[in-house]
Design a binder for this molecule. Structure first.
Ligand code: FES
Length: 75
């Protein structure tokens, strides 16, 4: 069975992944996309979820976390 961890406001989202990086952002290049760039939220704080609205910046500052979006880039 899967473990579900619920994190409240003010707690980090990312307890262990790539913590030596200031912000964890990954990019995927895709040849067929309607827009040149789409950012998907991975901090769960976006008001436009599943799209990133930049809320990760405030979250990272408040908690010391390092989460960032997944970027889909058109090739
Ligand atoms: Fe969540 Fe940007 S708002 S990663």
């Amino acid at each position: 069975s899967a473990t579900v961890v619920v994190r409240a406001e003010g707690q980090t989202i990312n307890p262990e992944i790539r913590k030596t990086e200031e912000k964890v952002v990954d990019s995927i290049v895709v040849t067929e996309l309607s827009k040149p760039l789409t950012a998907y939220c991975r901090c769960w704080r976006s008001k436009t979820f599943p799209l990133c609205d930049g809320s990760h910046v405030k979250h990272n500052k408040a908690t010391g976390d390092n989460v960032g979006p997944l970027l889909l880039k058109k090739q």
